[in-house]
Design a protein around this ligand. Structure first.
Ligand SMILES: Cc1cc2nc3c(=O)[nH]c(=O)nc-3n(C[C@H](O)[C@H](O)[C@H](O)COP(=O)(O)O)c2cc1C
Length: 216
């Protein structure tokens, strides 16, 4: 079997990973590590490949301080190297789908005409859903990117904390997300754990494989 990365190393890193509660404020991601963050998000898979998302990466300390009270004062917001705010589009409409199809056609050197069927399939699928269902569907895609981000960070020893405990409206306001046509869904703080974080050494609470994985 062709193996890019050793499987036992990955499992070791998955055990090493934990939702970091206390970050070391003096440690920042390098440019290379930041690039991994960006590419993990950008290369995440999405339904139909639509990528109905944007990711706002906040390094600015003043902004982080402004956001913190709207995230239950969780220290990760100000202490992590960056906080990534994962957003979905405010509205997924025909224009966006058309833009995506044009981009796909250009990228692959395919005539737009040959992509019409695919475009109609996407639009047809969207027609069967309510606005609320489409928004929820976009939100699910964003969580896939969150998973990719956390797994890749763990693989290279970057700590992370997924954060749902925040006021979306306030984050949208402070980060002026309307101007980007998006709305926040979930946050991920990235950086490096503090030596004082007692959570780092706590045993992982997980059900046994037999309880959650069914082999047929
Ligand atoms: C979508 C999501 C949202 C979460 N929100 C928060 C949060 O707001 N604050 C926090 O400290 N941990 C948050 N967590 C972390 C979980 O509590 C943690 O992942 C879980 O207890 C398992 O522990 P572990 O990740 O350390 O293995 C969140 C996790 C996920 C997946």
């Amino acid at each position: 079997m062709f193996m890019v990365i050793n499987t036992s190393e990955i499992i070791k890193q998955l055990n090493w990973r934990y939702a970091t509660k206390e970050f070391d404020t003096s440690k920042k991601l390098s440019n290379e590590q930041l690039e991994l963050v960006f590419e993990s998000l950008r290369l995440s898979p999405s339904s139909f490949g639509l990528q109905a998302w944007k990711f706002v990466v906040v390094s600015d300390q003043k902004l982080k301080v402004k956001l913190k009270p709207h995230a239950w004062n969780q220290s990760q917001i100000t202490d992590a190297s960056q906080i990534v705010v994962l957003c979905r589009l405010e509205n997924l409409d025909k224009t966006y789908v058309k833009k995506y199809i044009e981009h796909a056609a250009n990228t692959r050197g395919v005539h737009l005409e040959n992509m019409k069927g695919y475009e109609q399939m996407i639009l047809g699928g969207m027609k069967t859903k309510s606005e609320g269902e489409i928004n929820e569907w976009m939100s699910k895609q964003v969580y896939i990117a969150l998973g990719m981000l956390m797994a890749n960070c763990a693989a290279v020893g970057i700590d992370a904390c997924p954060i749902e405990g925040f006021d979306k409206k306030k984050f949208d306001e402070i980060l002026e997300l309307k101007t980007l046509g998006v709305t926040s869904q979930v946050v991920c703080a990235v950086g490096f754990r503090s030596n004082n974080d007692k959570y780092a050494s706590m045993k992982k609470v997980r059900f046994d494989k037999e309880d959650i994985i069914t082999l047929k």
